[in-house]
Design a protein around this ligand. Structure first.
Ligand code: FES
Length: 123
C-alpha cells in the first residue's frame, strides 16, 4: 500500500466553516472554534492564517494579543510568534504555536485541524 503523500493528505483534510471574511478585517485577530477547539484567525494584509489560540507559555488567549504585520504578541507576558509559521520570535515562549490550514471560499473562511497548516487563505 502506498503511504499518503502531502497531496493526498490535503485532499482528506476536513475543513470547518468558522467565520465570514467581514468578521476578520485586515490587521485583526479573532477567536473561533473548530469542533470546540479554540483557534485564532489572523488577517495579514488579506491573507488569513490560523493557529492554536492558546499561548504555549502560560495558556493566555492569542486572540487577545496585538497583531502587527504577521507577528502576534501575547498580552500576558509579551511572547511573540510569526502567525504564518507559528515560530517563536520572542521569549518567554519557547515552543511554537501549532498552525492550521485555511481556505477562503467566497465570503467564508474554513479551517482544518488535520495536520499542520500550509500558508494562509487569500481573501
Ligand atoms: S502566556 Fe503568553 S507569554 Fe506568557
Amino acid at each position: 500500500m502506498t503511504p499518503p503523500t502531502m497531496e493526498t493528505t490535503n485532499l482528506m483534510a476536513r475543513f470547518v466553516k468558522v467565520a465570514d471574511v467581514g468578521e476578520v478585517p485586515p490587521g485583526t485577530v479573532k477567536l473561533v472554534f473548530v469542533e470546540g477547539f479554540p483557534v485564532a484567525l489572523y488577517n495579514v494584509e488579506g491573507q488569513v492564517y490560523a493557529t492554536d489560540d492558546t499561548c504555549t507559555h502560560d495558556e493566555a488567549s492569542m486572540s487577545e494579543g496585538k497583531l502587527t504585520g504577521p507577528v502576534i504578541k501575547c498580552y500576558l507576558h509579551g511572547a511573540e510568534y510569526d502567525v504564518r509559521t507559528g515560530k517563536v520570535l520572542r521569549m518567554p515562549a519557547v515552543a511554537p504555536l501549532n498552525t492550521h490550514a485555511v481556505k477562503v471560499e467566497g465570503k467564508e473562511i474554513w479551517v482544518s485541524l488535520d495536520g499542520q497548516g500550509q500558508g494562509g487563505g487569500s481573501l
